[in-house]
Design a protein around this ligand. Structure first.
Ligand SMILES: C[S@@+](CC[C@H](N)C(=O)[O-])C[C@H]1O[C@@H](n2cnc3c(N)ncnc32)[C@H](O)[C@@H]1O
Length: 272
C-alpha cells in the first residue's frame, strides 16, 4: 500500500515549519485552548491513566514531548522517578528544559530511540505518532525500550477532528479543497490506533475515548487556529498574518461562532 502523504508526515515540514521553533505550536495551542468548551485536560488524563496503570514506575520516557506539558504532569505524578523527555526538535526540548528542569532531555527519533532495550517502566507517546508514516515501526521501537512488565500509553485524535472548520474553509472559497483533503491524523488516529498497536505486537489493556468540543468566538478567533493548520492551502501572506486571514474570511462568510469537536483516544499497551 502506498504511504499516504500529508504535511504531518513530511519529514522536512515536521522538522521545519511545524516544530523548528515553538511559535506555531504555541499559536495553535492558544487558539484551541481559548476555544475549548468541554473535554478533560489531556495531560491530566495521561498522568491519571499512568498512575492507575503503573503507580510504582521508576524510569519514564515522554516521547514526542513537545513543550513538555505531559512531561510536567508525569514529573509531578512520579516525584521519585527519573522522567526523560524525548523529541525530534531541539527547540522544543529547550522549552522543556526551562519548564521541567529536573527531567533529562534527549533529542531522538521515535523510530530508533537512543535508549537501551528493556530499560523503561513507562513510556508515553501523546499526539505525536501521527507524524510517522509508519507508526507500527515507531511503536515496535518504543516497545523494545520497555521492561518486560513495562507499559506504554499512547494518545491520538480522531481522523475527523476539527472537521467543521475544514468545511468552513472550503465554503469560504479560500481553500475549496480543504474539506476533501485527507486527515492530518490519517496514519494514526482513534479508529486505527488499536490495530496498529496489535500489528506492532502490543496488547491493548485499556482504551479511553474523550470528546473535546471547541467553539470559536468569531472569524478572527477561527483565523488564529486556521493559520496554524498545515493542511490548508492559503498562501504565506494569509498564514503569516491571522488578522489578514480573518479579514479575507469576513469578506466571504457571515461572522458567527463556529463549533467543532475532536475525540481523543488513549490506549494503555503492554508487551505480550
Ligand atoms: C503535537 S506535538 C506533541 C506534544 C506533546 N506530546 C503533548 O502532548 O503536548 C508533536 C511532537 O512530536 C514530535 N515529533 C514528530 N516526529 C517525531 C519523531 N519522529 N521522533 C520524535 N518526536 C517527533 C514533534 O517534534 C512535536 O514536538
Amino acid at each position: 500500500m502506498a504511504t499516504p502523504t500529508s504535511p504531518f508526515t513530511d519529514r522536512a515540514i515536521v522538522r521545519g515549519q511545524l516544530y523548528a521553533t515553538p511559535d506555531r505550536l504555541n499559536d495553535r495551542t492558544n487558539a484551541l485552548r481559548r476555544a475549548k468548551i468541554s473535554g478533560p485536560n489531556a495531560a491530566v488524563t495521561l498522568a491519571t491513566l499512568a498512575a492507575e496503570t503503573l503507580p510504582t514506575a521508576r524510569r519514564i520516557i515522554d516521547i514526542g514531548c513537545g513543550q513538555g506539558t505531559s512531561t510536567l504532569h508525569l514529573a509531578r505524578q512520579y516525584p521519585a522517578a527519573a522522567v526523560c523527555a524525548v523529541d525530534l526538535s531541539p527547540a522544543l526540548l529547550g522549552v522543556v528544559r526551562q519548564r521541567v528542569p529536573e527531567c533529562e532531555q534527549i533529542a531522538g527519533d521515535f523510530h530508533h530511540l537512543p535508549i537501551a532495550s528493556a530499560s523503561i517502566d513507562l513510556a508515553v507517546a501523546a499526539f505525536c505518532l501521527y507524524h510517522s508514516p509508519h507508526p507500527r515501526r515507531a511503536l515496535a521501537d518504543i516497545a523494545r525500550c520497555l521492561h518486560r512488565d513495562g507499559r506504554l500509553i499512547v494518545a491520538t485524535k480522531s481522523a475527523d477532528s476539527y472537521r467543521t472548520i475544514d468545511i468552513l474553509m472550503s465554503r469560504s472559497g479560500l481553500d475549496p479543497e480543504a474539506s476533501r483533503r485527507a486527515s492530518l491524523y490519517q496514519t494514526f488516529h482513534s479508529a486505527n490506533a488499536g490495530v496498529v498497536a496489535i500489528t506492532a505486537a502490543l496488547r491493548v489493556l485499556r482504551r479511553v475515548d474523550e470528546v473535546h468540543t471547541f467553539r470559536f468566538a468569531d472569524l478572527e478567533h477561527l483565523a488564529q487556529y486556521a493559520a496554524t493548520n498545515p493542511n490548508y492551502h492559503l498562501g504565506p501572506e494569509l498564514t503569516a498574518d491571522p488578522a489578514r486571514l480573518a479579514a479575507a474570511l469576513r469578506e466571504r462568510l457571515p461572522d458567527t461562532t463556529a463549533t467543532t469537536t475532536s475525540t481523543v483516544t488513549y490506549l494503555v499497551l503492554e508487551r505480550p
